[in-house]
Design a protein around this ligand. Structure first.
Ligand code: 87F
Length: 439
């Protein structure tokens, strides 16, 4: 990941880390290498994932006595410790989060940010005394993720529960956020699981309840990753390159001086001063590079997605103004230099809102409600997100996938119509769900 990607990730981390801390969730760090013995304790739940686990078997020429998994997710190693740390109801809830890298040995063709063998994420792992507390935790995190993605990344999402086929096998239920990409695919932006007591059984996480009886703990786990950066690139980008939402852009504005020999010193001096005065309110860069024309610089900053460009030449100085150009719309306006510090933040807000509402229109405009199977397959073919009634059965969902060219259920909204409909595939009673092709 190059500098811009790292910058965006740092911003995402800052926002989310603060929110998690407000919720009483504390950061921890567990080892990257996970002994095989721990892995085996939950074989059932990760069975489908085993081909993706990378193993360390040797150090130099020495065979290890026990092979070590390179962390693909940290349930096993964390819950082994949890079983030792938790003794009574006084130790609960236990609320930990970890920022780290993970490795999954993907076999499909890699796609930057979306499918890479190593990526960065946060994984939260909490333990509770009751199912209700775990329910609340699961949904609170889903809401925190929604706010992060909608308010900062300017990407609208659909939320809900995953079907039996799509949920994490180790979970009681899985909730997720799904966004619509301009190529017609749905992208999962984050997931939050209520793990029930499944892992507590496998790892023996028990506590002495208030009543004096020993009880099995309830758990949640949840994560978002650098994949979100891929969504930002796809959802907002255009033919000129990146278009970054101001709230997560590494640079919010760039000043490009228009230089001529006779006025060069004056213009540069003024640009630097304006840059300094704007620095208090936003992150701004003055592009004083020699050897590049203004037009070349305009293109480069457009490609990098900087939300606002400020052009200042000798004529502008005479009239004490600057030309301000929006990256999202290309719109140009002349603004008095003394008003820049006040007006630029307002324009940044409008850009943020415009990106969100454009993406919202794209999401809403690409949802098709279907009642019949032929409508369903047509809509999938036309790269829509399909709202349809579905029985929820895993075998039926497999048939839907096979006979629709790869559609799967993305989420089942929490809010359901009062009257149940009938499954678009098998005709049994069903609930409303969104289907689409996914990444
Ligand atoms: C790959 C290899 C081994 C996903 C894997 O969703 C195990 C796994 O358990 C695995 N890929 N998963 C599921 C991850 C569940 C859960 N973990 C914490 C999350 C969010 C963060």
């Amino acid at each position: 990941m190059v500098h811009a990607g790292c910058c965006i990730w740092e911003k995402i981390q800052a926002v989310l880390d603060k929110r998690l801390k407000e919720l009483g969730i504390r950061n921890v760090y567990f080892p990257l290498f996970i002994p095989e013995s721990l892995f085996k304790k939950e074989e059932q739940h990760v069975a489908g994932f085993s081909p993706e686990v990378a193993w360390v078997t040797k150090a130099g020429d020495t065979e290890l006595s026990e092979k070590l998994a390179v962390r693909p997710t940290s349930e096993t190693i964390m819950y082994d410790s949890y079983s030792k740390w938790i003794r009574s109801w006084r130790d609960l809830p236990l609320l930990y989060n970890q920022w780290c890298n993970v490795v999954r040995w993907e076999f499909k063709y890699p796609k930057p940010f979306l499918r890479t063998r190593e990526f960065l994420w946060q994984e939260g792992h909490t333990v509770h005394a009751t199912k209700e507390e775990a329910d609340t935790q699961t949904l609170t995190i889903l809401q925190v993720y929604r706010e992060l993605v909608e308010e900062y990344l300017a990407i609208p999402v659909l939320t809900g529960r995953k079907s039996e086929k799509e949920k994490f096998a180790g979970a009681l239920y899985t909730t997720a956020l799904e966004a619509y990409m301009p190529d017609g695919r749905a992208l999962q932006m984050g997931t939050s699981h209520n793990l029930g007591q499944n892992f507590a059984k496998a790892f023996n996480i028990k506590f002495l309840g208030k009543s004096g009886m020993e009880e099995l703990a309830w758990q949640t786990s949840w994560g978002v990753s650098t994949r979100m950066i891929g969504a930002v690139i796809m959802v907002h980008g255009d033919d000129k390159g990146l278009v970054l939402p101001p709230k997560i852009a590494p640079l919010q504005a760039v000043i490009v001086p228009i230089l001529f020999d006779e006025s060069k010193a004056r213009v540069l001096d003024e640009c630097r001063k304006i840059g300094e005065s704007l620095k208090k309110a936003l992150s701004v860069h003055v592009d004083i590079r020699d050897g590049y024309t203004p037009g070349w610089k305009f293109n480069q900053w457009e490609m990098k997605g900087v939300p606002i460009r400020i052009e200042i030449g000798p004529k502008d100085l005479e009239s004490r103004q600057a030309v301000v150009v929006r990256r999202d719309t290309g719109e140009k306006q002349a603004i008095k230099i003394r008003e820049l510090a006040k007006k630029i933040p307002a324009i940044l807000e409008r850009i943020q809102e415009n990106l969100y509402s454009r993406a919202r229109k794209s999401l809403e405009g690409n949802i098709t409600e279907t009642k019949t199977w032929s409508e369903f397959t047509n809509a999938i073919e036309s790269r829509k997100l399909v709202k349809a009634c579905f029985c929820g059965d895993a075998a039926c969902e497999e048939k839907i996938r096979e006979s629709s060219g790869g559609a799967s259920s993305r989420v089942i909204p929490f809010e359901q119509p009062k009257q149940q409909g009938i499954c678009v595939k098998c005709g049994r009673a069903g609930m409303l769900a969104y289907f689409g092709k996914s990444y």
